[in-house]
Ligand binder design. Structure first.
Ligand code: SF4
Ligand code: SF4
Length: 322
C-alpha cells in the first residue's frame, strides 16, 4: 500500500483579485469545505471493505467519478474560510498554500460536481447508498465487473438519495499534543491517509500546508513513513448497518486507513520510541527550516523524529505529551 506523493509538476500562481474570480459569486465555496483525502479503486472485495468501512466515519464520504475512480473527501470547512461571505481570509498571503493560489476557479471542477441539480460528473455516496449500490448492481456476486451505464446510475442514485434523511453530524476532538503513542493510535477516532512516503522536494510541503489548513488534520511523522491523521469519529449506527448486511464480525481496525493497517504495511518506526510526532500547520515552518534541500529544491535530508520533537518542544514547551 506504499503511496507516492502525487503532485502536479507545474503550479502556476494566479494573481486574480477575489472579486474578479467566479469564487465571489460561488454559492457554497465547495473547494474550501470538502477536502480530498485519497483515491480508491474498486476492483476487489478488500477494496469494497475499505470503501464501506471508511464511509462510516463522521465527515468522511466517498464520491464516484464518471471516470470510475472513487475518492474519499472530508466535509469540513478550512479554518481560513471567512464565515458568511465565503471569502478566503488569507487570499494571496504568503502563507496561503500554493495549492490554493494556483487553482483555476475559471475552470472550477467543484461547482459542477457538487452543485448540479442532478448527478452528472460525480455521485456522492454514504454507507447506506453503498449498500444500495452493491445490491442493485450485484457488485460482489459479479466480482466487481458489473456493466453499469453512468447516466442510468446518476439518475437512480439521485432518486434514491432524495428519499434519505442524511444525518451526518460532524464531531472530532482537537488534538493538542506533539506526540501520539502507536498504542493510542488504534482508537476508532483516528484515520491515517497517504502519502506514506516522505516528501521528495519542496513543493510537496505545499500539499501539507493545504491539508493542515483544515481543522482536525495533522501530520503524523515517524522515521520511516508519514501519514495525514484525521480526527473524526466512527458512526456506530452506520457501522452496525455493515455488520448486519455483510460482515458480522468486522472491526474498525480492518479498514485500510486504521492505524493497524498502516502498522502492518508500513511498519512505522520512530527513534523517539513507539510514537508519532504530531505536527499542526503552525509547525510546518519548523519542519521546513530543519529539512536540507539542494539547489533544485529536492530534499537532501529530512530531520530525524528526535530532532523534530526537540525543535517542537522548544517552540511550544506547554504542549503536553499524549
Ligand atoms: S474555486 Fe470553485 S468551488 Fe471554490 S469558491 Fe471558487 S468557484 Fe467556488
Ligand atoms: S486557504 Fe485555501 S482551502 Fe482554505 S479558505 Fe483559503 S482558498 Fe479555501
Amino acid at each position: 500500500m506504499s503511496k507516492k506523493i502525487d503532485f502536479p509538476d507545474k503550479l502556476e500562481i494566479r494573481q486574480d483579485l477575489w472579486v474578479d474570480t467566479p469564487c465571489s459569486q460561488c454559492p457554497e465555496t465547495y473547494c474550501c469545505g470538502n477536502l480530498p483525502l485519497t483515491p480508491l479503486r474498486l476492483n476487489r472485495h478488500s477494496d469494497f471493505i475499505n470503501l464501506i468501512l471508511s464511509s462510516c466515519y463522521n465527515g468522511v464520504f466517498p464520491v464516484l467519478k464518471k471516470t470510475g475512480e472513487w475518492t474519499f473527501y472530508l466535509e469540513r470547512d478550512c479554518r481560513y474560510l471567512g464565515k458568511g461571505e465565503g471569502l478566503c481570509t488569507i487570499h494571496q498571503e504568503s502563507h496561503q498554500s500554493v495549492i490554493c493560489k494556483s487553482y483555476n476557479a475559471h475552470t472550477c471542477w467543484y461547482v459542477e460536481a457538487f452543485s448540479t441539480e442532478r448527478y452528472t460528473t460525480m455521485i456522492r455516496f454514504n454507507t447506506e447508498m453503498i449498500i444500495w449500490y452493491e445490491k442493485r448492481y450485484k457488485l460482489i456476486e459479479k466480482n466487481f465487473n458489473s456493466e453499469i451505464d453512468w447516466n442510468e446510475l446518476c439518475n437512480r442514485a439521485y432518486d434514491y438519495r432524495q428519499n434519505m434523511i442524511d444525518i451526518n453530524p460532524e464531531s472530532f476532538k482537537p488534538f493538542t499534543s506533539n506526540t501520539l503513542s502507536f498504542k493510542k493510535s488504534r482508537v476508532n477516532q483516528l484515520l491515517f491517509f497517504p502519502p506514506y512516503n516522505r516528501p521528495a522536494n519542496r513543493k510537496h510541503f505545499e500539499l501539507l500546508s493545504f491539508r493542515l489548513g483544515f481543522p482536525g488534520i495533522y501530520l503524523a511523522i515517524s522515521d520511516s513513513c508519514w501519514a495525514f491523521m484525521v480526527s473524526t469519529e466512527l458512526n456506530l449506527s452506520r457501522f452496525n448497518n455493515i455488520r448486519q448486511e455483510y460482515y458480522r464480525t468486522i472491526k474498525h481496525k480492518d479498514g485500510a486507513y486504521s492505524f493497524d493497517q498502516i502498522f502492518l504495511e508500513q511498519r512505522p518506526f520512530s527513534e523517539t520510541g513507539e510514537q508519532w510526532i504530531i505536527l499542526q500547520r503552525s509547525d510546518l515552518k519548523t519542519l521546513i527550516d530543519l529539512t536540507v534541500f539542494d539547489s533544485s529544491d529536492r530534499v537532501r535530508k529530512i530531520p530525524s523524529s528526535s530532532i523534530i520533537l526537540k525543535a517542537l518542544k522548544s517552540k511550544s514547551p506547554n504542549r503536553a505529551a499524549s
